[in-house]
Design a protein around this ligand. Structure first.
Ligand code: MN
Length: 309
């Protein structure tokens, strides 16, 4: 039997508003353990991580919000991910806002480097999350994790040292873009990140965009970390997020991505981020995120119970 470990990361300080700290418990209430067990997995819920203290985290950029809190979470989750990446179970991080990926992806990148394998990252998101401290307009650190893990400069205060292993930006694929800051757009392009916006999905189809990336992961013998932001999905069916942008992926597009990822058997770790249960409508976003997770672990369309939205 394959094993899955769940770790809650109730960080909300990176998002600039309250509510994401309830995310891990919303996934539990929506039945994530039962759904994964029903697919034949042994599931261990480790409860919620707690942040380290990071009184030394400082920056000249005074507009950054909650830098010390986010740095404390980054250090804690980096250590947790580094440990889980070396264990036998598949880790799922229950967020929490997207700043949690500062720690989880950094930990998986370090573990991958130690194994001598490249880490690939699939970022399912309306935003590129590729701002640096300098370019961030909002000061919300959930807009920075991809820039940090790709080795952009200026982030050393987060871990209190340079990032131990960066992700090669050419090993990153972003799907679902529809809100990118002008400076961020230039940095994403110059770094060599593979980035597909909603227009590309409309014109070419999401499977045609994902397939070549998965082929690259496979050919490189890579590990694959998936970071699923609620705002990847159309807000009409996934309203529980503070950063709604109209025109997201449909129910079927989102499930298709998860089903293709399952078929590929390449995914080795997963973040579920930005769920804000305070903004949800009778738990429907939490349930959709759990259903998408079930698709990643092999549930097929015919297995899905009839359920009214
Ligand atoms: Mn995001």
């Amino acid at each position: 039997m394959e094993r899955i470990v769940l770790l809650g990361a109730p960080v909300e300080e990176g998002s600039g508003r309250r509510g994401c700290l309830m995310g891990p418990d919303a996934y539990r209430t929506a039945g994530i353990v039962d759904e994964l067990q029903a697919l034949g997995f042994e599931v261990e819920d480790r409860g919620n991580a707690t942040p380290h203290a990071a009184p030394d985290a400082v920056s000249d950029h005074g507009h950054l919000k909650a830098l010390r809190a986010v740095a404390g979470w980054t250090r804690s989750l980096h250590a947790c991910a580094l440990e889980l990446a070396q264990g036998p179970a598949f880790p799922i991080y229950l967020g929490g806002d997207h700043s949690l990926s500062l720690g989880t992806v950094a930990g998986h990148a370090e573990a991958a480097q130690a194994q001598g394998r490249p880490l690939f990252v699939l970022w399912l998101d309306a935003h590129a999350d590729f701002n640096t401290f300098e370019t961030s307009q909002s000061g919300n650190l959930h807009g920075t994790p991809l820039a940090f893990v790709c080795g952009q400069p200026g982030f050393d205060t987060l871990l209190g040292r340079p990032i131990p292993a960066r992700v090669d930006p050419r090993n990153v694929c972003i799907l679902g873009l529809r809100s990118v800051d002008p400076e961020e757009r230039v940095m994403v392009r110059e770094a060599g990140v593979e980035a597909h916006d909603m227009r590309a999905i409309d014109e070419r189809g999401i499977s045609a965009l994902l397939k070549p990336f998965l082929a690259r992961v496979s050919a490189a013998g890579g590990l694959l970390h998936v970071s699923l932001d609620v705002d990847f999905i159309e807000p009409g069916i996934a309203p529980a997020v503070g950063t709604t942008v109209p025109g997201g992926t449909t129910f079927r597009e989102a499930h298709l991505v998860m089903e293709m990822l399952h078929d590929s058997q390449l995914v080795t770790s997963l973040d579920l981020v930005e769920l804000n249960p305070f903004l949800d409508n009778r738990g429907k976003t939490a349930r959709l995120m759990v259903d998408l997770t079930a698709s990643l672990f092999g549930r097929q369309v015919l297995d899905r119970p009839t359920r009214s939205f």
